[in-house]
Design a protein around this ligand. Sequence first.
Ligand SMILES: Cc1ncc(COP(=O)(O)O)c(C=O)c1O
Length: 472
Amino acid sequence: MKKAHPLIFSLDRSRQQPLFRQLYEAVKEQITVGTLNEGDPLPATRTLAVELGISRSSVVNAYEQLLTEGYIEGVRGAGYRVQAVGELKHNARVPRAARRELHPAEALGENALFDARALDSALFPVHQWAKTISRLCRQEPNTMMFGEADRANQLLRQAIALHVYEWRGIACEPEQIVITAGSTEALEICINTLSRDGDIFNIEDPCYSPVRSCIEANHRRTHRLPVDDDGAQASALHPQSRLAIITPSHQFPLGGTMSVGRRMEFIYWAQKHNGWIIEDDYDSEFRYGGRPIPALAAFDKIGRTLYIGSFSKLFSSSLRISYLILPPQLIATFRHAQAQAKVSMLPQRVLAEFIFNGECYKYLRRVRKIYAQRRQHLLNCLRDQLGEFGSVRDHKAGTLLVFHLHRTISDVRVVEKARQQQLSVRALSGFCFDKSAWNGLVMGFVAWDEAVLSAGVATLKAIVQEVAGEAE
Ligand SMILES: Cc1ncc(COP(=O)(O)O)c(C=O)c1O
């Protein structure tokens, strides 16, 4: 086997751009200029993380993004290697700015229409955020910047304990909370603390791809749990596994809510097998109708659930603040994670203040109303314009919608064509173990007003019509 190519570049910690993003850009550049060629293996995530002095989850996030965009591929048991990028490869001497223009994938950043990661920055309370930073920097310079890291972290943990009690029905103490730089880091901490190489994790099919990549990058195995109308199927749990990662409040990406009966099945299973349930509750603040459904961790009275929450959908994924809530019996086991906190003090302190002073909820209530309108509008457009090609289900929750295409219309083909029109829909089959199990389009909607969504659906309709024509 070819030896992994050394990656030569440096990360700049003084830049605002997250480290995973810098790594992703650097590898992408080496592929596009031809320093890395088709078939070249990339360094193992663990090795690269050590070499660069960054967390493994940052490397996993960067590789995941490259994987999604087709620059690299995962080879079972052999890490990652560079994929053919055809005409995207350019001469190293082409100036950087010109390369940018030539690069179609790059043109589709996170803010491209329908990208499920995008949020509407115009809605963010920039003024209050800036005022809070400036006030706290003056009043509490030590907590914000000069060494009293513990205080910022403690305050945020207290604030999160209030937040999850109010919004998710979880009663916990700040000592149970670990602040992490993103949900993947929280997951990686769970993986490394609760399991060993080769252990099996039950994960949903379909699922959030970084979850699967993170498990495999850490040399654990995955076992698929099919998802039906009641959520992930507990009856499919692997007999030799005692670990399961699920999204009960709002299944990613299908959108359904796990029934109470199914939740109880998971809890009984964990009790019987001394197992652990890892609940990923990434966007559950966004419910648009019906009664709020408490988190599974709130149902679990026997302490077998580890809860992962995130501020990525609530505020911004660039904030990189997520959290892990441990059952009391695991606090001591996870002490090391608390001690190695990677999130900087300043945003932790500001976020805590936003929760304590109610700004967070003001913002949440405001955007929820706007998202509800945008969501309803997209639902209507999809039904009116694309109804003959498939269907969309209304789960009244979350920050994305799935349009299920008829079997004969390939979601991958639609996505390819949509990218050429600057539309960032994702193929549902791409989130599945069994690519033929689901066929549809995963679409974000929160960042655009009604007029933009309408225009996007009109473009999409033409594309779907074309692909449907090819299938005939
Ligand atoms: C299923 C799922 N989990 C977690 C996250 C949040 O990840 P992070 O906290 O790393 O931004 C997302 C964001 O899209 C998600 O879809």
